[in-house]
Every structure is written in structure tokens, then in C-alpha cells.
Ligand binder design. Structure first.
Ligand code: AMP
Ligand code: ZN
Length: 486
């Protein structure tokens, strides 16, 4: 498997780095700051985590996947203060909401969702280690700062923040508590607003709270060790957040912090940056309340390559809804003809028996290889549509499809969907129960009989009745097909 590593700025072959347990992969994704509902931009990034998780598993790895909650920082403290609540009272409901939205979008459960506030003692200990090693100092304001100048590799991830930047902006540092403008807070001395919401902990450097960068470094090392296989986040986190995580962690342990760095490009909405003032700031729950299908939302957020531009629009959602429906229809058709009364008998294999099975396996193989190439979803989707096309062609051909072919086609589809994760999600909201399905089939058959009898008034009435129930008919040379539309 090849992944694009932001540190080396190239595609690199990924192998897990644990000598003792070669199949085990550790991943850390920077999670939501829980001061508000996560928006669909955040969820573009989080869906890439889920895709990576699913594909690593498909490739046989035992994956330890950690996604944190940033539940103490400036925004959560300001939010709690504005709402007149304690920090925990303010962040708790947004953590719940995130987990609910993650369920709505069909995320695999991750191994741990640590909250920063659960790791304060480990953070204090970590700062102590950096102090002892001469990488940190107490500033004039009582906060503890990381001394960037003590870490030679500073800037290796982002190319930013070197000596040049420091010299250029040194003048700005005059009057500040820091020795160097590049330095950043590891431990922030308590402010009145921190005390107001209960965001204050004791430390050898006085009461205060951890800095955001420190939080992630400590959750990574506490849960996954000094070196994590893959560290992932949105592109905005590359600098300074991830640069600072590297500086702290590598200075503390003397080991490489992450073997691979992945960054997800930001989502745009209607061609613009998302913002509350532009009114294009959507949450998952709002979209679902407006009647959008979670599977379609998931499809849209997945469908572009994670390092490419993705623009979220109403048209894109409509296309996503249709794409998911096509897959559902294909699965139903393939399944129905296995089980359905009208399907060909199991023994009615054609001369081409086994041909579809062979093709299905090739499509699945191409899908897997596309995912191995830095999670190339657009290329993988071409294989999905190749399978649907070949499968439908085989079903349309006279003579029927052999049981082996149908099973192979369904198995390939299921494996692909093991990564995409849309079919079962869509089935929850769109598929119909067995009774409804029987009733729809009876109406479709009655309409077919009416058409044969040239009783078009009855046929049209039945079509309209079905349409009103959200069932659309399609007349094909192979007979009438139906699908569920919203
Ligand atoms: P935050 O809650 O702000 O800490 O962000 C959580 C995650 O969402 C981080 O990995 C961010 O980089 C990512 N993120 C924020 N905005 C967007 C966006 N518009 N598109 C994709 N990812 C985003
Ligand atoms: Zn982080």
C-alpha cells in the first residue's frame, strides 16, 4: 500500500513499523474540538479516517485507531463561559453529538476516543521532561513555553518557522512573555475565565491548563507509544499544530514521532470556504433533518480523492443519492434473482457461466489496488460501476445468470462496500420491508398485465400510485424494474 506522506512529500510504501507484531498498525487522527457541532467540513476529514481504518483492516492489519476529543482549549473555555456552564457541562453534549453523527454516517467504532482532560497528569509529566531536558522554560507570564531554537529539526514538516521567520518577527516578540516568537505554550498559567469554568489544574509551575499541541502529543504517546505509524488530520493542522507536536514529542523521546503524516484537503461548500456568516455552514444533523440521506452525504464526502478539491453542493448530494440508489437497486436485483420466485432456476446456467464471476473478481481486485494507491476513491469507483455494468448486462442477457456468478458479483460488491460503507447505511432508510416489497411487486405485475391488455388508464393509475409512494418504475426490454426514490 502506498500513502502520500506529507513529511517526505512523496508517495511511500506503507508497512507497519512494529518489529514484534508486524500486522499491527497504529493511527492517530486529530479529533473535533468539542465547543460546537462538527460541520461537514470536519466530517470530510473524519470520513477519510474511517476509509483509512476500513482499508487497513481489509489489508489484514490489526488497527489501533485513536481519535481524540479536544475538550479543553480557548474555544471550549470561551464557549462554556458564554453559556454560563462548566467546561465539562459544555463539552459533554458536543461529544455525544459527535458520536451520534459518526453513527449516522456509518463510521466503524475506533479503538479509543480519549478526552484531553483525562490525560492532565501525563501532560504535566511530559512538560516536566521537556523542562529537565532544557527544551522548555518558564515565561514572564508564568506559562511554560517550548523553546523552538532547541530543536534542530523544527520546520521539517511545514518548511515554516525556521531561524529566518524567527529573526524577521523577533521585533514582534518584544514585550511578550516568550523568548522567541516561534515558541509556543505547553502549559498556560490560569486566567480568570479558566477558573470560572473549572479549566484549571495544579502543576509544579502553578495552576493552569495544557496547550493544545501538547494535548495531542501526550494522547498519542500515552496510548500508542513514542512512534505512531500514521498521524492524520486536516490540512490546516500541518502548521503549526503538527509541526509543534513533532518538536515536543521528538525532543522528549529522541525517536521519530510519526512514520507517515497524512493531511486531508479542506471541503468547500458552494465553491466557498465554509463560514457561519456565509450561511453555508452545515452540520450532519441539519442535513438529515432537511431530508438528505446519510448514505448520500457519506458518498459525497468520500467521492473525491482526499488530497483533491471537494466542493459540497445540492447537486452533488442529488448525484450521491442517485449513485447510492443505483447500487442498492443493483444489489436487490442480483439478490432477488437468486431468491425471487421469478428468477431463473439454480441449474439454468448459460454457456457464459463463470464469466461474470471472473469479471467481478477482477473489478474487486482493481478496486483494492486503487485503494492501495493512497486511497484513490475515484479510481476505485470506476471499478464499482464496472461491476454494476457487467452484472446488469449479464442479468439482461437471455438465459439468466448462474448461482456462482451471482454470488461472486454480490461478494465483490460487499467487499467494495466494506470500504465505501454506504449500502447498509442506505438500506436502513431506503430499503423496504418484505411485506411492502411484496405489495409493490403485486402492483407492478398488475400494471404489466394492464399494459398487455392495452388498458392504459389502469396502468397509468398504478404507476402514479406507486410514484406517490416513492416507487419509480422503469420499463426495460427485460421487464419492469422499480426503485425507491425519496
Ligand atoms: P476542529 O474541530 O476545528 O479541531 O477540527 C477537527 C478536524 O476537522 C481537523 O482535522 C480539521 O483540520 C478538520 N477540518 C476543519 N475544517 C475543515 C474543512 N472545511 N474541511 C475538511 N476538514 C476540516
Ligand atoms: Zn491534534
Amino acid at each position: 500500500m502506498n500513502l502520500y506522506d506529507s513529511l517526505h512529500r512523496e508517495l511511500r510504501r506503507f508497512e507497519p513499523g512494529r518489529p514484534g507484531s508486524p500486522g499491527r498498525v497504529t493511527v492517530y487522527g486529530c479529533g473535533p474540538t468539542v465547543y460546537d457541532y462538527a460541520h461537514i467540513g470536519n466530517f470530510r476529514t473524519f470520513i477519510v479516517y474511517d476509509l483509512l481504518h476500513r482499508h487497513l483492516r481489509r489489508r489484514g492489519h490489526e488497527v489501533e485507531f485513536v481519535v481524540n476529543f479536544t475538550d479543553v482549549d480557548d474555544k471550549t473555555i470561551d464557549g462554556a463561559a458564554a453559556a454560563g456552564r462548566s467546561l465539562a457541562e459544555h463539552t459533554g453534549p458536543f461529544i455525544e453529538a459527535f458520536l451520534e453523527d459518526a453513527g449516522t454516517l456509518g463510521f466503524l467504532p475506533v479503538s479509543h476516543h480519549p478526552r484531553a482532560t483525562e490525560f492532565i497528569p501525563a501532560m504535566v509529566e511530559f512538560v516536566g521532561r521537556l523542562m529537565d531536558a532544557g527544551h522548555a522554560y518558564r515565561g514572564a507570564d508564568g506559562s511554560v513555553y517550548y523553546s523552538v531554537a532547541t530543536f534542530d529539526d523544527y520546520g521539517k514538516l511545514s518548511g515554516k518557522g525556521g531561524e529566518e521567520d524567527s529573526r524577521r518577527s523577533r521585533i514582534d516578540a518584544a514585550g511578550f512573555a516568550k523568548a522567541d516568537p516561534r515558541d509556543f505554550a505547553l502549559w498556560k498559567a490560569a486566567q480568570p475565565s479558566d477558573r470560572e469554568v473549572g479549566a484549571v489544574w495544579d502543576s509544579p509551575w502553578g495552576a493552569g491548563r495544557p496547550g493544545w499541541h501538547l494535548e495531542c502529543s501526550v494522547m498519542v504517546t500515552s496510548l500508542l507509544g513514542d512512534t505512531v505509524d500514521i498521524h492524520v488530520g486536516g490540512e490546516d493542522l500541518l502548521f503549526p499544530h503538527h509541526e509543534n507536536e513533532i518538536a515536543q514529542s521528538e525532543a522528549a523521546s529522541g525517536r521519530p514521532f510519526a512514520r507517515f503524516w497524512m493531511h486531508v484537503k479542506h471541503l468547500k461548500v458552494d465553491d466557498r470556504k465554509m463560514s457561519k456568516s456565509l450561511g453555508n455552514f452545515h452540520t450532519v444533523r441539519e442535513l438529515v433533518e432537511e431530508g438528505h440521506d446519510p448514505a448520500a452525504i457519506r458518498w459525497v464526502l468520500l467521492s473525491a480523492h482526499y488530497r483533491s478539491e471537494l466542493n459540497f453542493t445540492a447537486g452533488g448530494l442529488a448525484d450521491g443519492t442517485e449513485a447510492v440508489q443505483r447500487l442498492l437497486d443493483f444489489r436487490r436485483r442480483m439478490t432477488e434473482e437468486v431468491e425471487g420466485p421469478g428468477g431463473p432456476a439454480a441449474g439454468a446456467a448459460t454457456t457464459a457461466a463463470g464469466k461474470l464471476a471472473g469479471r467481478a473478481r477482477r473489478h474487486l481486485d482493481a478496486f483494492d489496488r486503487a485503494m492501495d494507491e493512497d486511497l484513490n476513491v475515484p479510481r476505485a469507483l470506476a471499478s464499482v460501476w464496472g461491476l454494476v455494468r457487467d452484472g446488469n448486462a449479464a442479468l439482461d442477457a437471455s438465459g439468466g445468470v448462474s448461482a456462482e456468478d451471482r454470488e461472486a458479483a454480490l461478494a465483490a460488491l460487499a467487499e467494495m462496500d466494506g470500504r465505501l460503507g454506504v449500502l447498509n447505511l442506505a438500506a436502513k432508510t431506503r430499503d423496504v420491508d418484505a411485506d411492502t416489497e411484496r405489495r409493490i411487486r403485486e402492483m407492478v405485475e398488475a400494471r404489466d398485465r394492464a399494459r398487455k391488455a392495452r388498458d392504459f388508464a389502469v396502468a397509468d393509475r398504478l404507476r402514479a400510485e406507486l410514484e406517490a409512494q416513492g416507487v419509480r418504475l422503469e420499463d426495460t426490454p427485460a421487464g419492469t424494474r422499480w426503485k425507491r426514490v425519496r
